[in-house]
Design a protein. Structure first.
Length: 62
């Protein structure tokens, strides 16, 4: 897990594989089609259980 000292929003979309989205509160199962949206300054992470392909985007504040 990690965080970034900037403003903005983070999106992690799972394209292939399985794993878990990580947060300070625990973990949430993640598989194809699942999307995590979070403020980028909030601690976040991803744990792979199989080979995964993900798309990560960062949107600055508007």
């Amino acid at each position: 897990m990690h965080s970034h000292a900037i403003d903005g929003e983070l999106t992690i979309a799972v394209l292939e594989g399985t794993g878990a989205f990580l947060s300070q509160d625990g973990s949430i199962p993640a598989g194809p089609g699942d999307v995590l949206v979070s403020e980028i300054a909030v601690p976040h992470g991803l744990r792979a259980e199989t080979a995964m392909r993900v798309l990560v985007t960062i949107a600055p504040p508007i």
